[in-house]
Design a protein around this ligand. Structure first.
Ligand SMILES: Cc1ncc(COP(=O)(O)O)c(C=O)c1O
Length: 366
């Protein structure tokens, strides 16, 4: 807060920042430097500043997709991309993604071999939302190879790429290919979401068409925020801030994992995220996390994101799953929250569940 307040005061000393403005050139140069931390070599001409990563995703969806084409997604993935694709309404093709290994790259190969030519693949290779998984190096290489061979643009959402907890994370996909990988970055997870600072790194010939779409959406990025971000970056304080944030988030992750081991019922399993903000939990016994939510809030004072919210096309495959966030709550609340979660699940497992019993007997349910 202090760093941003000081940056804002410096910025507002120049009243011209309150006018409509061109995209902030200094911020683009600073983003080029940040990208080097993700192993990416790029130029300011390849950077498009956006109103958060969400807008970058929306612009790419609108430029690439329409109702006559298809887009490839992991079957369980950040719900913001579902929303961004609603307008263009392409056919949604999915590939499996597991909380321990991530996107199934060979399933991408199978789609390409089947002759479909998706307009793009959306992927979150580092600190996946909601699965918490980070794609291993060899899978990244194979994915980029497939993209190149199959002429498949990949929109790499790296919103969590700077939040890694186990040494150096694998480089961004964009570090492996600058033609087929479109990179999406965000200041939301490393500074503050309210700043609405996001960016795309794309081949220069896409910058114009994307900028035109952006102009139609909001004329100007929140340029005052972008000036504030730039003034903050100028101080050189970001690396220290990042180190502090990573250390604190790692502590909270470790605590949540410990609490889950103590409190969750036998048969539950969960991911061990190396990056990002989320743990993905899979529950036993046919529990449906969306159905349980209301009573968990009312009787036990605990809430979660039901897995269903991330299932492309509303599929049932994630109905027994939930996403937990380990970064937002302070440690004491994490410990208490997971205790309550344990109680809520124990109570649910004790109740008779006709739907689950029927499912286990393979009966057809309405
Ligand atoms: C994977 C992913 N991409 C993009 C976003 C949106 O980021 P922004 O706040 O920069 O729009 C989020 C926000 O939660 C996210 O989880």
């Amino acid at each position: 807060v202090d760093g941003l307040a000081a940056a804002q005061a410096r910025v507002l000393a120049r009243p011209s920042v309150l006018q409509y403005g061109l995209p902030h050139a200094a911020l683009k140069r600073q983003i080029v430097e940040l990208m080097a931390m993700r192993g990416v070599d790029c130029d300011p001409e390849q950077v498009l500043l956006t109103t958060g990563a969400q807008q970058g995703m929306d612009l790419v969806a609108r430029l690439f997709a329409d109702a006559s084409g298809a887009v490839l997604l992991e079957q369980t993935v950040y719900e913001g991309i579902h929303l961004a694709l609603r307008g263009p309404a392409p056919r949604l093709l999915t590939v499996p993604a597991r909380p321990d290994s991530g996107l199934d790259v060979e399933a991408v190969a199978a789609w390409l071999a089947s002759g479909v030519q998706p307009r793009f693949l959306y992927a979150i290779p580092t600190g996946h939302n909601p699965l918490g998984v980070t794609l291993a190096d060899e899978r990244r290489r194979r994915l980029v190879e497939l993209a190149r061979e199959g002429g498949l643009p990949v929109l790499e959402d790296d919103a969590y790429g700077f939040l890694s907890y186990e040494g150096t994370p694998p480089p961004a996909l964009r570090a492996l290919d600058e033609r087929w990988v479109l990179y999406l970055g965000s200041f939301s997870k490393i500074l503050a979401p309210a700043l609405r600072g996001g960016w795309l790194v794309v081949p220069p010939e896409l910058v114009g068409p994307l900028a035109t779409l952006k102009h139609g959406a909001d004329i100007d990025t929140p340029s005052l925020s972008h000036h504030v971000i730039s003034a903050y970056l100028e101080t050189g304080d970001l690396p220290g801030h990042l180190a502090m944030v990573r250390a604190e988030y790692r502590r909270r992750r470790d605590l949540m994992l410990e609490c889950l081991a103590d409190e969750l019922p036998p048969g539950a399993c969960w991911s061990r995220p190396e990056a990002g903000m989320f743990v993905w939990v899979e529950l036993p016994g046919g529990l449906d996390t969306a159905e349980l939510l209301e009573s968990a809030i009312e009787r036990h004072g605990v809430a979660w994101c039901p897995g269903q919210a991330f299932a492309v096309g509303g599929g049932q495959h994630a109905a027994h799953c939930m996403r937990l966030c380990f970064t937002a709550a302070p440690p004491a609340q994490i410990a208490e929250g997971i205790k309550r979660l344990g109680r809520a699940l124990a109570a649910a497992l004790e109740r008779p569940r006709p739907a689950a019993a029927a499912r286990e007997r393979n009966l057809d349910l309405p």
